[in-house]
Ligand binder design. Structure first.
Ligand SMILES: C[S@@+](CC[C@H](N)C(=O)[O-])C[C@H]1O[C@@H](n2cnc3c(N)ncnc32)[C@H](O)[C@@H]1O
Length: 262
C-alpha cells in the first residue's frame, strides 16, 4: 500500500486491517457506487486501505472532531508540494540543532506557536506533523483550555517529512470529503450503498486512563449510549455499519470487538 496514515495516532488500526477486511460482507466488491463513511477517522488506517483496495467506493466522507487533524487531511489533499517544502525546512532546522537542549527549545517554540491560533492551514499542519514526530510517543493531548501539552520526546532521527507518503495520500484523498465536528453530522451524507466504519474513542478503562486524550471530553457511558442510538438510526435508514470497540476481559486484557450490521 502506498497511501497510509501520515501521522502517528493513538488507536491507529494498521495492525488490524486484515481482521477488518475479513469482516466486510463477502459480496462487498459487487456493491455498486459505494459511499464509505468514517465518522471518527483519526489516522485513517482503514480509510487508506479501503480507498486503495475497493474500487467500487465512489465517494468517501471522513470526519473528526479535531480541527487540527482535519486541516491536515485538507492540506495533504490540496497542497502536498507546499506542505513538503515547509516540512523539509522544519526538519532541517531540527537536525541542525547542536544538542538535545537545543532540540527541546525548538520543540517548545513550535508548540507555543501551534497553540497560538488561528494559523495559516499549511503552517498549522507543518507544526502538527513536527509535534507528532518529536513529542513523547506521538501522543495528541490537550489541556482543559484546549492547548496541546504533550512533552518533548527524545528521538534521534524522526522522519518529519515523508514526501512519498504525502503524495500517495494526496492522490488517494482526491475524492474524499473532509468534515470537522461531531460524528452525527455524517448521516446526512449517506446515500445508496453506504458503509459506515466507526472507530470511536475508547471508553476510559479507569479515571486515570489516557486512552482517549484526543479531545477535551471523555468518551464516557453517556457518549456510548448516544453512539448506540446513532448506530440504530444508521441501520433504520437502511445503511450498513461496522463498529469497532474495546473491552477488558476478567484478567484485564484488552480485546478488540466488532459489531457488523449489513
Ligand atoms: C480511536 S480514534 C480513531 C483511530 C483511527 N481509526 C485510526 O486508524 O487512527 C477516535 C477518533 O475519534 C475522534 N473523536 C472523538 N470524539 C468525537 C466525536 N464526538 N465526533 C467525531 N470524532 C470524534 C478523535 O479525535 C479520534 O481521532
Amino acid at each position: 500500500m502506498k497511501a497510509k496514515p501520515f501521522i502517528k495516532w493513538v488507536g491507529g488500526k494498521t495492525q488490524l486491517i486484515d481482521q477488518l477486511e475479513a469482516l466486510l460482507p463477502a459480496d462487498f466488491d459487487t456493491w455498486e457506487n459505494v459511499t464509505y463513511i468514517e465518522p471518527f477517522v483519526g489516522g485513517g488506517a482503514m480509510l487508506f486501505y479501503m480507498l486503495q483496495t475497493h474500487s467500487n467506493i465512489k465517494l468517501a466522507i471522513i470526519n473528526d472532531i479535531n480541527p487540527d487533524l482535519t486541516t491536515c487531511y485538507k492540506v495533504v489533499r490540496d497542497y502536498p508540494s507546499a506542505l513538503i517544502n515547509s516540512l523539509k525546512d522544519i526538519q532541517k532546522e531540527y537536525y541542525l540543532c547542536k544538542d538535545w537542549d537545543a532540540r527541546k527549545a525548538l520543540f517548545m517554540k513550535m508548540r507555543d506557536e501551534f497553540n497560538t491560533k488561528p494559523l495559516d492551514p499549511i503552517r498549522n499542519t507543518t507544526l502538527f506533523f513536527f509535534l507528532n514526530r518529536t513529542c513523547f510517543n506521538g501522543l495528541y493531548r490537550v489541556n482543559k483550555a484546549g492547548l496541546f501539552n504533550v512533552p518533548f520526546g527524545r528521538y534521534e532521527t524522526p522522519t518529519i517529512c515523508d514526501p512519498v507518503t504525502i503524495y500517495a495520500d494526496s492522490e488517494s484523498l482526491q475524492n474524499v470529503e473532509i468534515l470537522t465536528g461531531d460524528y452525527q453530522q455524517t448521516l446526512t451524507r449517506a446515500q445508496g450503498n453506504t458503509l459506515f466504519y466507526f472507530d470511536p474513542p475508547y471508553r476510559p478503562l479507569s479515571n486515570t486512563s489516557s486512552f482517549n486524550d484526543y479531545a477535551k471530553e471523555a468518551f464516557n457511558d453517556l457518549a456510548q449510549q448516544r453512539l448506540k442510538a446513532f448506530c440504530d438510526q444508521v441501520q433504520e435508514a437502511g445503511y450498513m455499519f461496522m463498529l469497532h470497540y474495546l473491552t477488558c476481559d476478567k484478567n484485564k486484557r484488552i480485546k478488540d470487538l466488532f459489531i457488523c450490521k449489513f
